[in-house]
Design a protein around this ligand. Structure first.
Ligand code: NAP
Length: 277
């Protein structure tokens, strides 16, 4: 059965920019009631003002467990339930394994993986206790990446966090199935957002984009996520062909290595970088 978006209560982390903001706009236009979390309060406030008076602004850093708990608690306090928790906040790091310092590993792990786990753990007891709506008690949606299934050169730390998010989802989906709580991982390919700029701000290079790499818009990713919220499923692949490409790469890792070597050669030459928004 399809879930009704109108009146659905949804918390989105990383809602101040990119995929999270695009998702918020599409869900609000369908009548969903949103809680918007990210660190930049001004951005969230401007977005909420655009979307209408019903939505909550929850400034916070997912890299701090207490902020995750506070955001989830604020949503339950306001609404008494949460239909979908979207763990989207995250950033990339464009740096070779040999140059990735312990502090870089710690920081990206904390935001991308622990920030996801902490929000889920904070919500779970309340999700388990609430009554089903349209056949589902709730949904957890995690924005991972195509790189969860095939790491990018100069992106090991980031790719590892995305693979870990996928592992978390695969385990959790089965743990929660009997309770009618859906778990959905999302696997975008390169998406035009503030991602490249944010990666540079974290001390790496700007995230490299290969010359022949296809790009997608945040609106395209958000549309696929909305479909996955309306009809919960295990995985959302906004670019359908990417799923088959990584499956082929798993069967033929040498072929995938050669494709990735082209990317590495371009990046090494200071090849094309992602356009700034
Ligand atoms: N763009 C791509 O090519 C691509 C591809 C595959 C997957 N993804 C994934 O998609 C998700 C969204 O990325 P995007 O492309 O939309 O990038 P973006 O435009 O840079 O947006 C990232 C969002 O995450 C928030 N965020 C980052 N660190 C945070 C923290 N510690 N606490 C709370 N919020 C935080 C940012 O808000 P504040 O800075 O205001 O906190 C922002 O709202 C990420 O998980 C990313 O890994 C992106």
């Amino acid at each position: 059965m399809a879930r009704t978006l109108a009146g659905m209560h949804i918390l989105i982390t990383g809602a101040s920019a990119g995929i999270g903001a695009a998702l918020a706009r599409q869900l609000a236009s369908e009548g969903a009631i949103l809680a918007l979390m990210a660190r930049r309060r001004d951005r969230l406030a401007a977005l909420a003002q655009d979307l209408g008076p019903l939505h909550l602004v929850l400034p916070g850093d997912v890299g701090r467990e207490e902020d995750c708990r506070a955001a989830v608690a604020a949503a339950f306090q306001a609404w008494g339930r949460l239909d979908t928790l979207v763990c989207n906040a995250g950033y990339g790091l464009h740096r070779g394994v040999g140059d990735t310092a312990t502090a870089d590993w710690d920081a990206i792990w904390r935001t991308n993986l622990l920030g996801t786990a902490w929000c889920i753990q904070a919500a779970l007891p309340r999700l388990r206790a609430q009554e089903p709506r349209d056949g589902w008690r709730a949904q957890v949606m995690v924005v991972s990446s195509v790189l969860a299934r095939r790491a990018a050169p100069l992106g090991a730390a980031y790719s590892a966090t995305k693979a870990a998010q996928l592992s978390l989802c695969e385990a959790l989906r089965v743990e929660l199935a009997a309770e009618r709580i859906a778990v959905t991982s999302v696997h975008p390919v390169g998406t035009d957002s503030e991602f490249a700029e944010a990666a540079a701000q974290h001390g790496g290079a700007r995230w490299h984009v290969g010359r022949r790499e296809p790009r997608q818009s945040t609106a395209t990713v958000a549309r696929a996520m909305v479909r996955g919220i309306r009809r919960p499923r295990a995985e959302v692949w906004p670019a359908w062909w990417a799923r088959w490409a990584v499956a082929l790469g798993t069967l033929l890792p040498g072929l995938a290595d050669r494709a990735m070597a082209t990317r590495l050669a371009e990046a090494g030459r200071g090849g094309q970088t992602a356009p700034l928004p």
